[in-house]
Design a protein around this ligand. Structure first.
Ligand code: SF4
Ligand code: FES
Length: 256
Protein backbone atom coordinates (compact mmCIF):
# COMPACT_ATOMS: atom_id res chain seq x y z
CA UNK A 1 0.00 0.00 0.00
CA UNK A 2 1.17 3.53 -0.82
CA UNK A 3 2.52 5.51 2.10
CA UNK A 4 0.69 8.80 2.74
CA UNK A 5 0.52 11.59 5.33
CA UNK A 6 -2.64 12.88 6.98
CA UNK A 7 -4.03 15.55 9.27
CA UNK A 8 -6.35 14.26 11.99
CA UNK A 9 -8.56 15.51 14.78
CA UNK A 10 -8.31 13.61 18.06
CA UNK A 11 -10.87 13.77 20.85
CA UNK A 12 -9.04 12.32 23.83
CA UNK A 13 -10.42 11.61 27.32
CA UNK A 14 -8.53 13.61 29.96
CA UNK A 15 -8.98 12.74 33.61
CA UNK A 16 -6.70 13.68 36.51
CA UNK A 17 -7.49 10.62 38.65
CA UNK A 18 -10.25 8.18 39.61
CA UNK A 19 -12.02 10.80 41.74
CA UNK A 20 -12.15 13.61 39.17
CA UNK A 21 -14.82 13.83 36.48
CA UNK A 22 -12.91 13.88 33.21
CA UNK A 23 -13.68 15.46 29.85
CA UNK A 24 -12.79 15.20 26.16
CA UNK A 25 -10.01 17.44 24.84
CA UNK A 26 -9.60 18.09 21.12
CA UNK A 27 -6.20 18.00 19.41
CA UNK A 28 -5.27 18.56 15.78
CA UNK A 29 -2.30 16.50 14.61
CA UNK A 30 -0.54 17.16 11.31
CA UNK A 31 1.55 15.10 8.89
CA UNK A 32 0.89 11.75 10.52
CA UNK A 33 2.41 8.96 8.44
CA UNK A 34 0.21 6.03 7.46
CA UNK A 35 3.15 3.82 8.50
CA UNK A 36 3.09 4.95 12.13
CA UNK A 37 1.46 2.87 14.81
CA UNK A 38 -1.39 4.38 16.80
CA UNK A 39 0.88 4.75 19.84
CA UNK A 40 3.61 6.41 17.76
CA UNK A 41 1.00 8.94 16.69
CA UNK A 42 0.40 9.62 20.41
CA UNK A 43 4.19 9.89 20.95
CA UNK A 44 4.33 12.64 18.29
CA UNK A 45 1.43 14.48 19.93
CA UNK A 46 2.94 14.10 23.42
CA UNK A 47 6.31 15.42 22.27
CA UNK A 48 4.53 18.49 20.96
CA UNK A 49 2.57 18.91 24.21
CA UNK A 50 5.78 18.64 26.29
CA UNK A 51 7.52 21.22 24.04
CA UNK A 52 4.54 23.54 24.55
CA UNK A 53 4.82 23.08 28.35
CA UNK A 54 1.49 21.20 28.49
CA UNK A 55 0.57 17.97 30.27
CA UNK A 56 1.17 14.97 27.92
CA UNK A 57 -1.56 12.35 27.52
CA UNK A 58 -1.05 9.40 29.86
CA UNK A 59 -1.52 5.99 28.27
CA UNK A 60 -0.32 2.53 29.20
CA UNK A 61 2.06 0.51 27.01
CA UNK A 62 4.98 -1.83 27.35
CA UNK A 63 5.84 -4.31 24.60
CA UNK A 64 4.22 -2.53 21.64
CA UNK A 65 4.19 -5.97 20.02
CA UNK A 66 0.73 -7.21 20.99
CA UNK A 67 1.91 -9.46 23.81
CA UNK A 68 1.71 -7.59 27.14
CA UNK A 69 -1.90 -6.34 27.10
CA UNK A 70 -1.00 -2.93 28.54
CA UNK A 71 -2.20 -0.69 25.69
CA UNK A 72 -5.83 -0.82 26.74
CA UNK A 73 -8.10 1.91 25.34
CA UNK A 74 -11.25 2.44 23.33
CA UNK A 75 -10.80 3.85 19.86
CA UNK A 76 -14.02 5.11 18.28
CA UNK A 77 -16.08 3.05 20.70
CA UNK A 78 -14.25 -0.23 19.97
CA UNK A 79 -11.97 -1.92 22.48
CA UNK A 80 -8.49 -1.86 20.84
CA UNK A 81 -9.82 -0.01 17.78
CA UNK A 82 -11.33 -1.00 14.45
CA UNK A 83 -9.19 -4.00 13.49
CA UNK A 84 -10.28 -7.49 14.53
CA UNK A 85 -8.03 -9.57 16.82
CA UNK A 86 -5.62 -6.70 17.24
CA UNK A 87 -4.16 -4.59 20.06
CA UNK A 88 -3.94 -0.79 19.94
CA UNK A 89 -0.13 -0.95 19.69
CA UNK A 90 -0.53 -3.03 16.53
CA UNK A 91 -3.14 -0.71 15.05
CA UNK A 92 -1.53 1.32 12.27
CA UNK A 93 -2.47 4.73 10.97
CA UNK A 94 -3.23 3.31 7.53
CA UNK A 95 -6.56 2.41 9.13
CA UNK A 96 -7.40 6.13 8.78
CA UNK A 97 -7.61 8.74 6.06
CA UNK A 98 -6.83 12.43 5.90
CA UNK A 99 -9.37 14.55 7.80
CA UNK A 100 -10.65 11.76 10.05
CA UNK A 101 -11.74 12.43 13.63
CA UNK A 102 -10.78 9.74 16.16
CA UNK A 103 -12.30 9.44 19.64
CA UNK A 104 -10.08 7.81 22.29
CA UNK A 105 -11.25 6.78 25.76
CA UNK A 106 -10.06 4.57 28.63
CA UNK A 107 -11.73 1.27 29.54
CA UNK A 108 -15.08 2.02 31.17
CA UNK A 109 -15.48 -0.56 33.94
CA UNK A 110 -16.02 -0.10 37.69
CA UNK A 111 -13.35 -2.70 38.47
CA UNK A 112 -10.77 -0.80 36.37
CA UNK A 113 -10.64 2.71 37.88
CA UNK A 114 -8.92 5.40 35.81
CA UNK A 115 -5.42 6.21 37.05
CA UNK A 116 -4.99 9.11 34.64
CA UNK A 117 -6.33 9.95 31.16
CA UNK A 118 -6.30 6.66 29.20
CA UNK A 119 -4.52 4.56 31.82
CA UNK A 120 -6.64 2.34 34.08
CA UNK A 121 -5.81 0.21 37.11
CA UNK A 122 -6.07 -3.46 36.08
CA UNK A 123 -4.55 -4.83 39.30
CA UNK A 124 -7.85 -6.67 39.96
CA UNK A 125 -6.65 -9.14 37.30
CA UNK A 126 -3.34 -9.60 39.17
CA UNK A 127 -5.21 -10.41 42.37
CA UNK A 128 -7.33 -13.02 40.52
CA UNK A 129 -4.12 -14.63 39.22
CA UNK A 130 -2.61 -14.55 42.71
CA UNK A 131 -5.71 -16.40 43.98
CA UNK A 132 -4.97 -19.46 41.83
CA UNK A 133 -3.53 -18.82 38.37
CA UNK A 134 -0.42 -20.91 38.96
CA UNK A 135 0.80 -24.46 39.50
CA UNK A 136 2.95 -25.56 42.44
CA UNK A 137 5.79 -27.85 41.55
CA UNK A 138 9.02 -29.06 43.09
CA UNK A 139 12.12 -27.44 41.67
CA UNK A 140 14.92 -29.60 40.37
CA UNK A 141 15.92 -30.93 37.00
CA UNK A 142 13.60 -30.17 34.10
CA UNK A 143 11.35 -33.16 33.43
CA UNK A 144 11.77 -34.80 30.05
CA UNK A 145 9.25 -33.25 27.66
CA UNK A 146 7.95 -36.66 26.61
CA UNK A 147 7.43 -37.95 30.16
CA UNK A 148 3.82 -36.71 30.35
CA UNK A 149 1.98 -37.39 27.08
CA UNK A 150 -0.72 -34.78 26.31
CA UNK A 151 -3.33 -35.27 23.63
CA UNK A 152 -2.77 -32.98 20.64
CA UNK A 153 -6.29 -31.50 20.73
CA UNK A 154 -6.02 -30.83 24.48
CA UNK A 155 -2.62 -29.17 24.17
CA UNK A 156 -3.92 -26.94 21.33
CA UNK A 157 -6.93 -25.93 23.45
CA UNK A 158 -4.67 -25.13 26.41
CA UNK A 159 -2.34 -23.13 24.19
CA UNK A 160 -5.23 -21.15 22.69
CA UNK A 161 -6.43 -20.27 26.21
CA UNK A 162 -2.89 -19.33 27.24
CA UNK A 163 -2.83 -16.72 24.47
CA UNK A 164 -4.84 -14.36 26.75
CA UNK A 165 -2.70 -11.28 27.45
CA UNK A 166 -4.82 -9.93 30.32
CA UNK A 167 -5.65 -6.69 28.53
CA UNK A 168 -9.16 -6.37 29.97
CA UNK A 169 -10.94 -5.67 26.66
CA UNK A 170 -13.41 -8.45 27.48
CA UNK A 171 -14.44 -6.64 30.66
CA UNK A 172 -14.61 -3.25 28.94
CA UNK A 173 -16.71 -4.62 26.07
CA UNK A 174 -19.19 -6.39 28.35
CA UNK A 175 -22.27 -4.41 29.41
CA UNK A 176 -22.08 -6.25 32.76
CA UNK A 177 -18.33 -5.64 33.18
CA UNK A 178 -17.83 -9.39 33.45
CA UNK A 179 -14.33 -10.89 33.67
CA UNK A 180 -15.52 -14.39 32.79
CA UNK A 181 -13.56 -14.63 29.51
CA UNK A 182 -10.30 -13.67 31.20
CA UNK A 183 -10.81 -15.95 34.22
CA UNK A 184 -12.01 -18.82 32.05
CA UNK A 185 -8.92 -18.57 29.85
CA UNK A 186 -6.62 -18.58 32.88
CA UNK A 187 -8.46 -21.50 34.50
CA UNK A 188 -8.63 -23.47 31.24
CA UNK A 189 -4.97 -23.23 30.31
CA UNK A 190 -4.10 -25.05 33.56
CA UNK A 191 -7.17 -27.27 34.05
CA UNK A 192 -6.65 -28.86 30.63
CA UNK A 193 -3.12 -30.03 31.34
CA UNK A 194 -1.92 -32.76 33.74
CA UNK A 195 0.42 -30.25 35.44
CA UNK A 196 -2.63 -28.22 36.49
CA UNK A 197 -4.49 -31.16 37.99
CA UNK A 198 -3.32 -31.15 41.65
CA UNK A 199 -4.76 -27.66 42.31
CA UNK A 200 -7.62 -27.91 39.84
CA UNK A 201 -10.50 -27.63 42.29
CA UNK A 202 -9.15 -24.99 44.67
CA UNK A 203 -7.87 -22.95 41.71
CA UNK A 204 -11.25 -22.45 40.08
CA UNK A 205 -13.03 -21.83 43.39
CA UNK A 206 -10.48 -19.30 44.63
CA UNK A 207 -10.19 -17.46 41.31
CA UNK A 208 -13.97 -17.13 40.90
CA UNK A 209 -14.29 -16.04 44.53
CA UNK A 210 -11.67 -13.32 43.94
CA UNK A 211 -13.36 -12.30 40.66
CA UNK A 212 -16.63 -11.74 42.57
CA UNK A 213 -14.81 -9.88 45.34
CA UNK A 214 -13.33 -7.48 42.78
CA UNK A 215 -16.85 -6.51 41.70
CA UNK A 216 -16.87 -7.89 38.14
CA UNK A 217 -20.37 -8.54 36.78
CA UNK A 218 -22.01 -11.77 35.69
CA UNK A 219 -21.79 -13.26 32.22
CA UNK A 220 -24.98 -12.58 30.26
CA UNK A 221 -24.02 -14.74 27.24
CA UNK A 222 -23.80 -11.61 25.08
CA UNK A 223 -20.37 -12.60 23.72
CA UNK A 224 -19.05 -9.05 23.17
CA UNK A 225 -15.97 -10.31 25.00
CA UNK A 226 -15.09 -12.85 22.32
CA UNK A 227 -15.83 -10.35 19.52
CA UNK A 228 -13.47 -7.71 20.98
CA UNK A 229 -10.74 -9.98 22.35
CA UNK A 230 -7.44 -9.22 20.55
CA UNK A 231 -6.36 -12.84 20.94
CA UNK A 232 -9.58 -14.51 19.80
CA UNK A 233 -10.18 -16.25 23.15
CA UNK A 234 -13.29 -18.39 22.68
CA UNK A 235 -16.38 -18.32 24.92
CA UNK A 236 -16.00 -22.13 24.95
CA UNK A 237 -13.66 -21.38 27.85
CA UNK A 238 -16.54 -19.82 29.82
CA UNK A 239 -18.52 -23.06 29.44
CA UNK A 240 -15.44 -24.93 30.66
CA UNK A 241 -15.09 -22.55 33.64
CA UNK A 242 -18.69 -23.21 34.66
CA UNK A 243 -18.10 -26.95 34.31
CA UNK A 244 -14.91 -26.74 36.39
CA UNK A 245 -16.73 -24.79 39.10
CA UNK A 246 -19.58 -27.31 39.20
CA UNK A 247 -17.12 -30.19 39.29
CA UNK A 248 -15.24 -28.55 42.18
CA UNK A 249 -18.49 -27.94 44.08
CA UNK A 250 -19.53 -31.58 43.72
CA UNK A 251 -16.38 -32.75 45.48
CA UNK A 252 -15.34 -32.03 49.03
CA UNK A 253 -12.35 -29.66 48.52
CA UNK A 254 -12.48 -26.68 50.88
CA UNK A 255 -11.96 -23.14 49.53
CA UNK A 256 -8.74 -21.70 50.94
S1 SF4 B 1 -9.66 -12.83 27.25
FE1 SF4 B 1 -9.01 -11.54 25.51
S2 SF4 B 1 -9.88 -9.53 25.93
FE2 SF4 B 1 -9.93 -10.68 27.87
S3 SF4 B 1 -8.04 -10.16 28.94
FE3 SF4 B 1 -7.62 -12.02 27.74
S4 SF4 B 1 -6.79 -11.26 25.80
FE4 SF4 B 1 -7.78 -9.49 26.76
S1 FES C 1 1.78 -2.48 24.38
FE1 FES C 1 1.92 -4.64 24.81
S2 FES C 1 0.14 -5.44 23.84
FE2 FES C 1 0.12 -3.34 23.28
Amino acid sequence: MEHYNMNLTLKVWRQKNAESKGHFETFHVKDISSEMSFLEMFDVLNERLVNEGKDPITFDHDCREGICGACSMYVDGRAHGPWQKNTVCQLHMRAYKDGDTIVVEPWRADSFPVIKDLMVDRSAFDRIIEAGGFISTNTGNAVDANAIPVDRFISEEAFDAAACIGCGACVAACPNGSAMLFVSAKVSQLALLPQGNPERKTRVENMVQQMDKEGFGNCGNIHNCEAECPKGISVRNIARLNKELLRAGLTSETVK
